[in-house]
Design a protein. Structure first.
Length: 259
């Protein structure tokens, strides 16, 4: 079976990134390793940060005039101020059980913003999103399209505090946390948003369709292109979604290249 419908450039990128991440075995039934290595050598490197931004210090670069508000109060229009308020938030019951607020990882002037669901135990402990097994898979998928949280991606969640026992976020918790996510999107001002999983996909697309029907299209979140895909944790449980997820990441790359 041929795992992915690859163009040479995409294959080159995938193989090169697998090597860099020491991701172990990768097998292509229709290619010899010499052919794959040749393609790797020919693979393009599109660079990392936003075009025209080399050397700029991290930080939001877009002036935001109207900010989402929190209980009638304007949220700060600077990234540091927003984060400071989020880190001490007690707007919902999740504040009681958390170790810490998980605000984000990656760079605040990223081209791509990944939005997940909610922190799990590892994230609650470290304060960083996507640090467990699902996070490693996310990093690998991002790397396969030449993206990384070190140089081109900002990662956060719909919900910033761990729900007890990793249960699903409740509607009132999503509502309480939404102003932070909206502000993050405005301040980071990414070129493309990638929503992983049902909660982020539905919230940002505004559609109630199940994820399998939601993915595969490009939506607009207030003018920013939005791609929706399976949550990496779901992918770890159901490898049958690997091909679709791969296609979604290719779509993400295509939208980014066209922006
Ligand atoms: N799953 C998520 O949706 N977010 C995380 O940060 C970790 C796991």
């Amino acid at each position: 079976m041929r795992p992915f419908p690859l163009e040479p450039e995409a294959l080159a990128r995938f193989v090169r990134q697998c090597r860099e991440l020491e991701a172990g075995e990768w097998i292509f039934e229709s290619l010899t390793s010499a052919e794959a290595a040749g393609l790797v050598a020919a693979g393009s490197d599109r660079g990392a940060g936003r075009p025209g931004a080399p050397g700029e210090p991290p930080g939001p670069r877009t002036a935001v005039e109207s900010r989402p508000d929190l209980d009638g109060n304007r949220l700060p229009d600077d990234y540091g101020g927003l984060k400071e308020i989020a880190l001490t938030c007690t707007r919902c019951r999740l504040a009681e059980g958390r170790t810490q607020v998980v605000f984000s990882d990656g760079i605040p002037d990223a081209r791509v913003m990944v939005v997940g669901e909610a922190p799990g135990a590892n994230e609650d402990r470290t304060g960083l999103p996507f640090v467990g097994a699902a996070g490693k898979l996310l990093d690998l998928l991002l790397a396969s399209v030449d993206l990384s949280r070190r140089s081109s991606v900002y990662i956060c969640n719909v919900i910033k505090c761990r729900p007890p026992g990793n249960r699903n976020p409740r509607p009132d918790e999503i509502e309480a946390c939404a102003p932070f996510l909206r502000s993050q999107i405005e301040l980071v001002s990414p070129e493309v948003i990638l929503a992983v999983g049902t909660f982020a996909g539905k919230l940002l697309s505004g559609s109630d369709r199940p994820l399998g029907k939601l993915r595969g299209e490009v939506y607009s979140y207030e003018g920013t292109p939005l791609v929706v895909t399976y949550h990496p944790a779901a992918l770890l449980r159901n490898s049958g979604w690997t091909r679709a997820t791969w296609e979604d990441f290719q779509l993400l790359r295509k939208v980014l290249d066209q922006s």
